[in-house]
Design a protein around this ligand. Structure first.
Ligand code: ZN
Length: 430
């Protein structure tokens, strides 16, 4: 059984000025509280919600008597989350300032602060009493409502000041039954590719995350230099130009598409997905050549962590089991002879013992597969019940097995991949 959560943003209808003003005030109060609490939490190295609440609850009640009781709880949650992630970044040397900047604030609501009054309207507790607002529902919202997802009790609210609307971040939850895997689909993620091994055939999906991150980095740097010189460091135009770059959106888009392809393949075969267990250290051997530690961190986040997280999320949603294995030496050792493969700078290397040729990305996948079958996965299902076929190595050991590369333009262009599209894609690539 796995639990899945998805957040859907639903807009309210445009609100009357008088009503919207209440939310603007409420947001202001929440911002003040969260700012104070975050400063306090970071200053005292508090990352626990319970501790922060114990220390500050009474004070907050006295300061804001008109505010519904539970805002003190949710503000403590918000602040402790911010403090926790800031302190973690600081510890790893990624924080430049002593305190985190509270840039955007959303109003956190728990089950005491909001309720559904119908499927298209909610009521929110404010310092001026309960306010009912009508929602503009959309297709995606109804998809969740109508397909067995449950409303989660916590939600967040943001304000769209231009159109005088309230944006409600509704979270839906669902429990999904994991199936018993009939085999494994190893997935090897690296900075520019994702290799997937299905029944002895390897597919190499080009992601280009390293190039995307580096490309945006240099573009941003150029823009920065140009605008700083003309308009000064804190100019608005620069921020606007930065926003137009949409780096995150582009990466997210690719990530989720790829995740749904990979999960779709595994689900169809009823296989478990095998992933490397990623360490906490972003200085992975493959991106060690990038000197700038922040840049290295960003590439790692985008290509390794980002893709893995998306695959895990999608897998959970579709009931696909995920097995983790130790990433040590996965692309270096020959799966047959355990000897160190000699690559000489190329993607294809030679095993010194058996003299057979190996493609680097296939080696990684085969090693992941072997480890998964040996049950060296922290999450491995009991292997006894699996129908594992005899051979460990799915290739003829003398062939230079090339994976099938799939260019980004091919897999990323598709809007969504249903089963038929996926087949087409596979056929195209073969
Ligand atoms: Zn060998």
């Amino acid at each position: 059984m796995s639990k899945v959560a998805r957040t859907v943003v639903v807009k309210s209808v445009p609100l009357p000025r008088r009503v919207f003003r209440v939310f603007v005030e409420l947001e202001g109060i929440c911002r003040n509280i969260v700012e104070q609490l975050t400063m306090f939490a970071v200053g005292n190295s508090i990352t626990s919600f319970a501790k922060l609440k114990a220390l500050k609850y009474r004070e907050l009640r006295a300061l804001y008597p008109q505010l519904p009781l539970h805002y003190a709880y949710t503000a403590c949650q918000d602040a402790s989350t911010r403090a926790k992630s800031f302190l973690r970044l600081k510890k790893r040397g990624f924080a430049e300032k002593d305190y985190p900047e509270v840039k955007s604030v959303s109003i956190w609501l728990d089950d005491h602060l909001w309720r559904l009054s119908s499927l298209t309207s909610v009521e929110i507790a404010t310092h001026k009493g309960w306010i009912k607002i009508e929602l503009e529902s959309h297709k995606r919202y109804w998809k969740y409502v109508n397909s067995g997802w449950m409303f989660f009790s916590e939600t967040k609210v943001k304000l769209d000041k231009k159109s005088r609307r309230v944006l409600i971040y509704l979270t839906f939850k669902k429990s999904v039954e994991l199936y018993k895997p009939k085999g494994f689909t190893p997935v090897d993620v690296n900075e520019n590719h994702v290799a997937v091994l299905v029944d002895g055939k390897a597919y190499l999906f080009e992601t280009g995350f390293r190039d995307i991150v580096l490309g945006y980095y240099y573009r941003r740097k150029r823009i920065q230099e140009k605008y700083d010189e003309t308009f000064g460091v804190n100019c608005r135009i620069k921020k606007k130009v930065f926003r137009k770059l949409k780096e995150k959106k582009r990466k997210d888009n690719l990530k989720w598409k790829l995740a749904s392809i990979v999960v779709g393949i595994a689900k169809e075969k009823q296989y478990a997905i095998v992933l490397e267990r990623l360490g906490k250290n972003p200085a992975k051997e493959m991106i060690n050549h990038i000197g700038d530690s922040q840049l290295r961190h960003r590439i790692y986040q985008a290509s390794f962590k980002g893709v893995q997280r998306a695959i895990e999320e999608k897998a959970r949603e579709h009931g696909v089991p995920v097995v983790y294995v130790n990433p040590k030496n996965t692309s270096r050792l020959c799966p047959i002879h355990s000897a160190e493969i000699v690559y000489n700078g190329s993607r294809v290397g030679k095993c010194p013992t058996g003299e057979e040729l190996w493609h680097r990305d296939i080696v990684a996948c085969v090693n992941l597969l072997i480890q998964a079958r040996l049950g060296d996965g922290s999450f491995a299902p009991s292997l006894g019940e699996l129908s594992v076929d005899g051979g460990c190595v799915p290739f003829s050991p003398t062939a230079a097995h090339e994976p099938t590369p799939i260019a980004r333009e091919v897999w990323a262009r598709r809007k969504s991949l249903d089963a038929t599209n996926k087949h087409k894609l596979m056929r195209m690539s073969i």
